[in-house]
Design a protein around this ligand. Sequence first.
Ligand code: WTA
Length: 659
Amino acid sequence: MATRPNKSLTYPVPAAMAKAHCNSVEQYDEMMKESLENPGKFWGGIASEFKWNKKWDTDLSYNFHRSKGKVEIKWFEGGETNVCYNAIDRHIEAGKGDKIAFYWEGNEPTADGSMTYQQLHDRVCQMSNVLKSCGVTKGKVVALYMPMILELPIAMLACARVGALHTVIFGGFSSKSLSDRMFDAKADLLITASGVYRGKKFIDLLAISKEGVEMTAELGHEVPNVCVVQWTDVKADMPEQDSYWLLEDKIASASTECEVEWVDAEHPLFLLYTSGSTGTPKGVVHTTGGYMVYAYTTFKYVFDYQENDVFWCTADCGWITGHSYITYGPLFAGSTSIVFEGIPTYPDVGRFWEVCEKYKVTQFYTAPTAIRALKRYGDEAVLKYDLSSLRVLGSVGEPINPEAWEWYYRVVGQEKCAIVDTYWQTETGGHVLTPLPGVKPTKPGSCSGPFFGVDMNILDNEGKAVEGPGEGFLAISRPWPGMMRTVFNNHERFEATYFSQFDGFYCTGDGGIRDEDGYMWITGRVDDVMCISGHRIGTAEVEAAMGKHEGIAESAAIQIPHDIKGNSIYTFVVLRPGYEMTKELKKELVQIVRAEVGAFAAPDKIKEAEGLPKTRSGKIMRRILRKIATKDFDTLGDTSTLADSSVVDQLIKNANIED
Ligand code: WTA
């Protein structure tokens, strides 16, 4: 797929960026310096733009050294605020009640709508009152398993208003994944919808939810309430139980006023489950004050948000991108943005561009997977539309290969837009490495450099920071306001996952390069996390799912390069005696992964193996499997640490047999 990036190729800052919020290297350097030397003052200044019921006492206190005790991060301690108030009420007070907060564009191009800040306020208050009526108050957890309809950000904001924590579960997850998350979070309420169309396909969210609730009960937690939003023309098949009720039966009579619950700056705002290299997904916890300030600041500077812009992020609220750049960042800035229910290829491959033209979108933010998929259909499908309103084009979720970058720049952006390749993670809350569109030339495939307040290091194997050009582990030496604070109910796992590899550093799990000009390039995960179409999937999750099949003794999942998806999943499986690798069995295995994790985690390739290459301590050597899967047999590297090196010969022999 990717040719090697040309590290000296640069594209100039577009002329339209002359008046960007940050528009020179000098300004960037100065702000960067201030943010690192005087973080409390820098971030405190921005925090003061928000409404605080009580001002904070301490800007920042933290410990990043596990060797010195508990890892802890506190921003704006002692302060009291409310995220929902700052996203909505604050703008109404400033006279912007009639401004459009959200445009909504449905799966069908004929289905659309909009909502002003005042209307959003009223709907959020009604939803908050519904939450309160079923006992959801400060500190309780609400699971959201919903399509991309306005009720989703409304529900998120309503949780924030009453001090409850939301955990959004992407609508593509299976009932099993839904139940694992609801169980871990001990959800007090599930909000779902009767169903949704994605393209022409109907997804029965309610049926999956019912199964998920039953499975959660089997695990030992009863979800006391399930709220169903009637959606699409398919009528909700409501279960008999009282715990299930329709939102429409309660919301109309709910008041459009609801006092906000002022919470501590470090009160948790949400948890969002994400995959790691081992075990089950972890509930990444973000808190109130720091997240608010960081989502806002990154939104403002990275997309160069200006007052009359129309911002569009194509992500789903089920991922962190949808949290920070659909629900929260845009509303903190008082912007107008788009919530999109559909998919890029329905009713045709021009859908993204049609929507950009329709709303005169100024900033467009999507994933490399989508760019690569749409590039295949040629320039005509894009050039049919008037995209002259666009100013900034963003990319997120995985490395963008230079070919896709250049197509995005030349065809979609007509060589007039800034491209921002934003590197960040569920854990970081907002962008940590990214170009600012008005600052310096960009390089296709590079995410430029750190955002304010981020001291990104490249560490060698010993944990020593590489100065100047070099390659190594990406790790951050001090807290920025948007970083996660803990793993839900498992602080030990938080410390072990992120702070044990290099004492004193938050370890991202990604590798990176700093080139001669100081530009950063992401080389990909250094742990056992895969990145498929920009979605994070743990090898352990796929392997655990396959292991549920009675015919499987053990398995190993790896990712190999894929033209559109960036990577695809390749699995090696060892069968139990009496089983044979047949088409049927492969289908069953794919099915089991779809059911246990979700359709997006289904392996593209299943290969039988007699054994797996393991170290003497039993760890699967995925490096070797990756080489074998891509038939790169000559550079297998050191196999001397393998417990049984004859396994490799067998794997090579098998690899050459097509099946
Ligand atoms: C990868 C998504 C290269 C990276 C916001 C990271 C990227 C993981 C980029 C986080 C990028 C994200 N270039 N790689 N611009 N953005 N990644 O938690 O491996 O779903 O660790 O957050 O995606 O994925 P997550």
